[in-house]
Structure formats: C-alpha cells, structure tokens
Design a protein. Structure first.
Lengths: 246, 315
C-alpha cells in the first residue's frame, strides 16, 4: 500500500509549551483516518503542520510525497480542506464558489467547466448553480463544501469537524459521501467529536497531551481496552490527560 | 415542586421578508418545572435559539404567551431579566477583558459580588483560576464555555438558559459540563438547555425534540424511546458501504442508516422475515453478515420521526 501521509517524531513547540510531542504515524491511500482527541490535545496544531501551514520544530513528515517542512506549497496543491466553521463563501453563488476554488488550485477554465456539470449533476444542484450559497439548505451546503474541497482531485482531503451541529440524517448522508470518495481512492483525514463517527473510520488515532496514545482499527482498540464502544475508549484515554487546556 | 418556572403557550415566530415569510417557530408550548433539567434537542436551524431569545426577553414573539418564574416575558421583562441566567450559543463575553474582569463585570451588572456567590461557581471556576488574568478571547473553546457558564450563574439565577453549551466540545469536557447541570437541577434551579448531540438527551429529566420550528415530541427520555414502534435491526458485514446500498434496495426496508459499527435498519412490517433477507445478502456475496434485533435509542426515534418530513437534505 502506498503511504499518502507519513510522519516521524513530529514535534511542535510554542515557547516552553510542547503542543505536539513527537508523533509518528502513516495513512494509506484510500483510507478513512479518524484523528481524535480532546480540545487542547494538539489535533489542530498537528493538522496545520500536515497541511503545510505551520513548520514543525523537529521531526519529519511527508504528505502526498512532499516534505512538510520544505515543500509546503506543493503539499497545498495536492490536498483539499474543509471545516465546519469555514468552507464556502456564502455571498457567492454555487458556480462562483467552484470557479474560485478551481482557480485557486490552478485548474484550467475548460477543465473547471467540464467538471462542474458532472459534480453539480451528482449533487442534484444543476438548477441551483446561480443560487447564493447562503440560501441553500444546510445539508446541501455541507455536501457542496465537501465536493468543492475534492474538486481539484486532491490525493487527500482534510476534514476538520465537518459535521458539527447538523441533524442526524444529514450527518449520515455526509458520511456516505466520505465512503464514496474513499472508494474512489481519495484518502480522508477527519477530526470529529462524535464517537459514533469514529466507528466509521478504517483506523483512528487518539491524541492526549500532544502524544498519540492509541492507534488502530476501531475493532482492535475496543478489544485492546475491553470496552463495547469508541466512546468508552475515548473516555479511558482522555481522562488520563494531565495538561490543562487554556 | 410543580411550579412551572418556564411556561410557553403557543409561541410562534414569523419573520417577514420582502417576498416571503419565514416561520421560525410554530405554536410551541412547553412547561419546565422547578429543579427540572429540560433538554431541547434538534439540529441547527430547528428554531432553538429563537425560542431561547423569546424566553429571555430579547425577541418579541409574533404570537403566543410565555412566563418565566411567573413573570410575563413581554410585560414584565425587567423582572424576568433579574432571575434568569443566559448563555447564548455564540460566545458573547468581552474578548478584551480578562477571565476575572468578565466575571466582575457580570456580578456588578446584577448588583452582586463574586465573593457572595462563590459557592455557586466554585466547582467550575477552580478550573479557570490558573488563567484568570488571560483575556477571554485567548481561551480555548472548552474554557470559554466554562467562563460563559460562570458568568451566567454569578447572580444565582432561578432559571438558567443554555443555548448549545457543548457544541464543538470534546466528550470528556461535555460530561463534566453535564455533571454541573445535574447538580444545579438538584439544588432547585430550572435549566433549559439545547444541544445537537442526541447522546446528551438521556442526561435530561425531560426532553423536547424540535425540527423545523415544530416540537415533535416531549417526554422523559425513557418514555420517548418506547414510542419507537418499528422493528429495528442492527446489521453488520465486512463491506459496510456496499451493505448499506444493498439493504436500501430492499422494498420491505423503511430506513437504513449507519450507527457506529452497525447499520440500523427499520422495516415497514413488524413480521418481516429478517433471516431470509440476511441469507439473500449472503448469497449476493456479502461476507460476515450478522444481525440482531435491538432496542431503539433517542437518535433512532428522532430519525424515525423526521424520516417522513425530511427530504434528506436538511430542509
């Protein structure tokens, strides 16, 4: 299997504070990887390094074949990113959002035009192409945001709490989109606070105080800790946290 | 104990825009008793925040009446404001003031001091104390929530309104937050709390399920679950995504959704032959097909109620 993300002893310090403390792991092509941890455990800092937005203090890492310390611009071109807090421009139309993101990622106009119809067709949004995003139902917005993040056919899509606050049915439809993307060979790196969603991942890691304390398939982790669900695994590990979030 | 601390009667809210009317709330009636923790459960956009703003006198409803602590939220809004604590969903403290300054400010506004009500907030404030000189804007999400709760409690309110206090907060911090709410309820405070997390529903004394401005059901968590009247089966197999698509193809299936490590499937008929269906899945090439009939949870019930309303797009 090809490793799309690979990090060794990755560390990030802010002054005396070690936000990410020598983490090592890898993610394979087409895998759905759940990146879990309590607030303040260091997830966001680690994710920023993987996306080329922050330089590690020490350690090495490669994402989509490029070095995270020296080739961050190349990484940015090869990945997609979506978060619940920000993803689409509300005052732009569906079409304008896609054109903007496609353009940012250096796609040609003709390429954007051809692919746009296919993606909007899949989403059932052909009629809504000139509608401002703020007027779309939440579930539709969510799926559009994901499709936009994957529009330039990145090898990895990073999803930072993509499903916060959405209704149960919409949350599940969103996950079906993730399954579909993974089946198409896109690697999905996702953070969530919903522990049932941890069960949908191929493998999950759980960060505590800047370190990865557990990593494996949901089934293996449940067996290792002798508990029925990922919720309990998370409680067992996160309760051990020493560090106080600020 | 039967005194209604929150009483809403047919509260409705319609926003008028140039070309259309937006109905945010339709005829909502609820009653929250003294010492009761009442959960309003529903997704974003269901109308939860609108109801909170009406009950805390910040928004005038277009119809209906409401009373908090026996006071009318329209005619006696001053009295209402003195006895309620309100933590809005959006962080609304002063970002440029320190933790301690924020707390001082809210104590002052309600003509009290931190010291005189310290016992009320001690449990939470001790976790904040190491950061008391930090500006509120520089706190992490979990810590902001704790400060917000302290500020809402500093004047010993009789009724506490918490609008999505745990959204985006990790499971361990969420549990700590709920332990505090339980204690406040035991001490006689009435709490109206909203959340999009269905697993928090069972921590409430009673809950109301809200969707598209409508209250679909109100009851204790246990009694609500028992209202789920469809046969519910959990399926597992090696390729879960393919299994999901194949189960949905079966005409006898009413709904099928992923739930943790299994697929929760409801059937149109109570006597549907599940084993025969499982055998046909195995014949179709599925490996490791297992099934068992299970008891419904709150999320199953919510999804059953909304399956007919929702077109699956969240609207």
């Amino acid at each position: 299997m090809e490793r799309v993300i690979e990090v060794e002893h990755l560390e990030k310090k802010f002054g005396n504070f070690t936000a990410v403390d020598h983490i090592s792991f890898h993610v394979e092509r087409g895998e759905i990887f759940g990146f879990l941890g309590a607030n303040g455990a260091g997830k966001t800092t680690a994710m920023r390094m993987l996306c080329g937005l922050s330089k590690p203090t020490s350690g090495t890492g490669r994402v989509v074949g490029f070095d995270i310390a020296r080739e961050s611009e190349k990484i940015k071109r090869g990945i997609g990113y979506m978060s619940q807090k920000f993803s689409l421009y509300e005052n732009l139309t569906v079409r304008e959002n896609i054109r903007l993101y496609g353009g940012i990622y250096g796609m040609r106009r003709s390429e954007i035009r051809d692919k746009m119809d296919r993606v909007l067709g899949d989403l059932g949004l052909l009629e809504e192409r000139n509608t401002q995003v703020r007027l779309l139902p939440q579930g539709v917005k969510q799926r559009l945001a994901f499709s936009v993040a994957a529009f330039h056919e990145p090898q990895v899509v990073f999803l930072d709490e993509p499903t916060g606050g959405v209704d149960p049915a919409v949350r599940r439809m969103f996950w079906e989109l993730i399954y579909q993307a993974a089946a198409d060979g896109i690697t999905v790196f996702v953070t969530t606070h919903y522990m049932d969603e941890a069960e949908y991942c191929d493998r999950v890691s759980i960060m505590v105080d800047g370190r990865i304390e557990a990593l494996g398939t949901p089934a293996a982790l449940k067996q290792q800790y002798g508990v029925p669900g990922m919720q309990e695994v998370f409680y067992l590990l996160a309760r051990r946290a020493q560090r106080k979030e600020g | 104990m039967n005194l209604a601390m929150i009483l809403a009667e047919n509260i409705g809210m319609t926003y008028r825009q140039v070309l259309k009317e937006i109905v945010a709330l339709k005829e909502i009636s609820i009653e929250v008793k003294e010492g009761e923790v009442f959960g309003l459960i529903g997704p974003d956009g269901a109308g939860k925040s609108t109801l909170f703003r009406i009950l805390t006198t910040l928004l005038l409803p277009t119809r209906g009446r409401a009373f908090v602590g026996g006071f009318d939220v329209i005619d006696q809004y001053r009295e209402v404001r003195n006895i309620v604590g309100y933590m809005p969903g959006k962080f609304s403290l002063y970002q440029d003031l320190s933790v301690e300054e924020n707390l001082h400010f809210f104590a002052n506004v309600f003509d009290t001091t931190i010291q005189s009500n310290y016992d009320q907030i001690k449990e939470i404030y001790e976790q904040l104390a190491p950061f008391k000189n930090r500006k509120a804007g520089a706190l992490s999400g979990g810590m902001k929530q704790k400060l917000g709760l302290c500020c809402a409690l500093i004047h010993k309110p009789k009724v506490l309104f918490l609008d999505e206090p745990t959204t985006g907060v990790d499971p361990v911090s969420r549990k700590e937050f709920w332990d505090v709410l339980k204690r406040l309820g035991k001490e006689g405070m009435s709490v109206l709390v909203s959340t999009p997390y269905m697993d928090e529903a069972r921590l409430c004394d009673r809950i109301g399920l809200i969707f598209h401005g409508e209250l679909l059901a109100v009851d204790t968590p246990d009694r609500l679950i028992r209202k789920h009247d469809k046969k519910l089966v959990a399926f597992r197999a090696r390729d879960m995504y393919r299994l999901l698509r194949d189960i949905r193809e079966e005409p006898g299936v009413y709904s099928c959704f992923t739930f943790g490590d299994s697929l929760h499937t409801t059937f149109r008929e109570g006597d549907y032959p599940v084993e025969r269906f499982a055998a046909s899945l195995r014949e179709a090439g599925h490996v490791g097909v297992e099934w068992n009939e299970i008891e419904a949870g709150i999320e199953d019930y919510f999804m059953m109620l909304t399956n007919d309303i929702s077109d699956g797009t969240g609207h």
